[in-house]
Design a protein around this ligand. Structure first.
Ligand SMILES: [Mg+2]
Length: 291
């Protein structure tokens, strides 16, 4: 799918003309036409774009409503792997937007689809009950660490972070691992925020297994093409645009897929060079202004 070349040129021209492009919100490059113009599908990151914890993000519900009024396909895509699609849809509805569980693609579902496609019949999981249920719904027998027996052979390991995950659980995955057995992680996030400060993300947890086994992790979450290709399959043909707040996951994945991308840049977040958004904005309403 082609990118919006005029917006892309605008971004690149602005980028080349100044060294501190992202230093202040006033320097944010703005599109000459609304971001939604010309799109068939809108993909939205959830955390940081639709909601932050249980608080709505200003303009998100109206952006979604505008896209629906234009009969655009909608997909919510998130690296969250601890909840079901229905729970995530409920969180989205709580901010005042319309959302159905079928419109949610989370990293746990992407991992389940990957295991199913690879023919992994038995997978040992360090993750939540919802994550195991997701695998089961896609025909994959998921074994939690507390129920797995050493006599049960598994085809792959899956790591999904959750409250209460301990190294003792990872020891069980390590003991089940055999040479060349795939280790899948729901995302490569190093940390995630909490009210008490940063906490180890799923990627950091999975990295310990990769180090212990000498394996290369298979990432099912953003920015992997595993989850982005699944998003395209769910949406069908047409021009896709994504709105995300994280360059190295949302925008980097969009770059790989050739999607149009809007970086929701908040609080003067510096551009780290990890991805190349078509536009950047600190105001979601600017993405549909005038439509
Ligand atoms: Mg986000």
């Amino acid at each position: 799918m082609s990118r919006n070349t005029s917006d892309k040129r605008h971004f690149l021209a602005s980028q080349s003309s100044q060294t501190s492009l992202f230093s202040t919100p006033s320097q944010t490059p703005m599109p000459t036409t609304p971001f939604l113009e010309g799109l068939d599908h809108l993909v939205l990151d959830c955390d940081g774009v639709v909601y932050v914890d249980d608080q709505p993000v200003e303009g998100a519900a109206d952006l979604i409503a505008c896209a629906r009024s234009r009969d655009m396909g909608i997909l919510f895509i998130t690296n969250d792997m601890t909840s079901s699609s229905e729970r995530i849809a409920t969180r989205i509805r709580a901010v005042g937007a319309v959302a159905e569980a079928e419109e949610v693609l989370h990293a746990g579902k992407a991992a389940a689809l990957y295991h199913s496609a690879q023919g992994h019949g038995n997978v040992l999981v360090a993750g939540t009950k919802d994550l195991c249920t997701e695998l089961l719904s896609h025909g994959v027998q998921a074994w939690n660490t507390h129920e797995w027996q050493k006599t049960t052979a598994v085809d792959a390991l899956l790591v999904g972070g959750y409250d209460g995950l301990a190294f003792t659980h990872l020891d069980i995955l390590l003991q089940a691992w055999q040479p060349n057995m795939p280790i899948v992680t729901c995302n490569l996030d190093r940390t995630f925020p909490s009210t008490s400060g940063p906490r180890l993300g799923c990627g950091s947890v999975a990295a310990s297994l990769a180090y212990a086994t000498g394996s290369t992790l298979i990432n099912a979450g953003k920015p992997s093409t595993i989850i982005f290709r699944e998003a395209e399959d769910l949406l069908g043909p047409g021009e896709v645009g994504i709105v995300g707040d994280t360059l190295m996951s949302d925008i980097a994945g969009a770059n790989l897929m050739g999607w149009k991308s809007a970086w929701f840049r908040k609080n003067g977040t510096p551009h780290d060079g990890s991805a190349d958004p078509d536009i950047a904005t600190d105001n979601l309403r600017s993405l549909f202004a005038g439509l």
